[in-house]
Design a protein around this ligand. Structure first.
Ligand SMILES: Cc1cc2nc3c(=O)[nH]c(=O)nc-3n(C[C@H](O)[C@H](O)[C@H](O)COP(=O)(O)OP(=O)(O)OC[C@H]3O[C@@H](n4cnc5c(N)ncnc54)[C@H](O)[C@@H]3O)c2cc1C
Length: 396
């Protein structure tokens, strides 16, 4: 017997979105492929994604929906495998889907439809999947790379790291891929939680506890980036799509500016009500623009109360400013425990944007979330997983 029990053309560590897509493409090319997955079954994150319905892509996908130290890196892979390519696979499997909002495509029934499709495609492509297995002791070998799983020593010509990022550790997510990258001397862009609720100091939480559950459509801005989506007050701070989106751009110490009524010039509207209905209380007038609980809170917080006729323009302006340009300083995020993705990861300067192969370690590939490419909320992260998996699958 040789030093190794089994040889494959391609070994993929991680049976998530990116790893399975890569396996399918490599298998279709006639390569012998094994997927090593540490979980009991593959694709745990697909199963829980999109509230159980998997927002599997976004029809408006553009390179500007992704951030990275090198914003050009994602272009090549996305150009060769865009949303339409994945939609074609979904339709070939007769999976019912719908557009929810802003180009976001979800399964009608269940995220399991996507997993079943990927596993079936792997099967058709002759891919071997080994679950409940951790790859250990990864090293270079004569033909490429070698590693151990529980009772097997595996050698492969191409090794693909598709182990995701450390977000949601209770699902078994770890920084494994970064450790492999470091072992092979690749640079890592500091991984931090992204698409994550923002947290605030004790005073804020105390103040805003009564607003928990209130949702409002806002424009939230951090430095030069802005998003128009819903904001949700929670017991811990702020969440909802607008906050998750901006969290990926927020850095410690920065302020965010929230416009709670982006389609209203609140000062002008309150002035108009003052003229037409001078006896109307300011919080009542504001309740026509904002949820009532929030309107009352803002008036109390600004210490501006009573009939509009009794209020100076300066006082009305101070309330309007709270609505149209509310400035807040988060003290942190909820961290990897609830982050949907990880910003940062294996530096794109280390990889070929065409193949995802390490520039200094031929035969070693990194795909999906482990790479320093992070998508906006709305199906973009899966699209990156499909596109980067597909790109590597053509070359492994
Ligand atoms: C709650 C939640 C909801 C989300 N919803 C959406 C959504 O609707 N749309 C969207 O676009 N994105 C969504 N995302 C983000 C999306 O899930 C990720 O971007 C995507 O799963 C990344 O794919 P990946 O294959 O790179 O990594 P993963 O899907 O994380 O797959 C990595 C796999 O590798 C395995 N693994 C890890 N280490 C090892 C090891 N040492 N050995 C063997 N196997 C290992 C893991 O068990 C895992 O199965 C969501 C994320 C979360 C947490």
């Amino acid at each position: 017997m040789t030093q190794y029990d089994t040889k494959y053309d391609v070994a993929i560590i991680g049976g998530g979105a990116a790893g399975l897509m890569c396996a399918i493409e490599a298998g279709k090319r006639g390569r012998s492929v094994v997927v090593i997955e540490s979980g009991k079954s593959v694709a745990g994150k697909i199963r829980i994604s999109g509230g159980g319905r998997c927002n599997f892509t976004n029809i408006h996908c553009r390179p500007s929906n992704f951030y990275s130290e090198n914003n050009h890196f994602c272009k090549s892979a996305l150009k060769r495998y865009g949303p339409q390519e994945f939609i074609r696979m979904v339709e070939n499997h007769d999976i019912a889907y719908h557009e929810k909002t802003l180009g976001q495509l979800f399964c009608d029934n269940s995220a399991n439809d996507i997993i079943t499709m990927l596993v079936k495609e792997c099967d058709w492509a002759g891919v071997k999947i080994k679950t409940n297995e951790m790859a250990e002791n990864i090293k270079k070998s004569e033909v490429g790379y070698a590693f151990n799983i529980s009772e097997e020593a595996i050698e492969c010509a191409s090794l693909v790291i598709a182990s995701g990022g450390p977000s949601i550790p209770k699902m078994g997510a770890t920084g494994f891929g970064y450790d492999v990258a470091r072992d092979f001397k690749l640079k890592i862009v500091d991984p931090v939680p992204a698409l994550v609720p923002l947290t605030f100091g004790e005073d804020f939480i105390f103040d805003f506890r009564d607003l928990a559950g209130v949702a409002v459509d806002v424009r939230v801005k951090c430095a030069k980036t802005a998003f128009d989506e819903a904001l949700l007050f929670t017991h811990k701070g702020l969440s909802g799509p607008a906050i998750l989106q901006i969290s990926s751009y927020w850095r410690s110490g920065m302020d965010i500016i929230v416009n709670l009524a982006p389609n209203n010039n609140v000062f002008e509207e309150l002035k108009a009500v003052k003229e037409s209905s001078p006896k109307q209380e300011i919080h009542t007038a504001l309740s026509a623009i904002l949820p009532k609980r929030l309107a009352i809170y803002l008036c109390e917080h600004s210490k501006v109360w009573g009939p509009l006729a009794d209020l100076s323009h300066k006082k009305i302006q101070s309330v309007a400013d709270q609505v149209n340009a509310w400035q807040l300083k988060p003290n942190g995020t909820e961290g990897f425990a609830t982050a949907e993705v990880t910003r940062g990861g294996v530096s794109t300067h280390e990889l070929s944007s065409k193949t995802m192969e390490s520039n200094r370690n031929p035969g070693l590939f990194f795909i999906g979330e482990v790479v320093d490419v992070t998508g906006h909320l709305g199906g973009f992260n899966f699209q990156w997983a499909w596109a980067s998996g597909h790109a590597a699958g053509q070359y492994v």
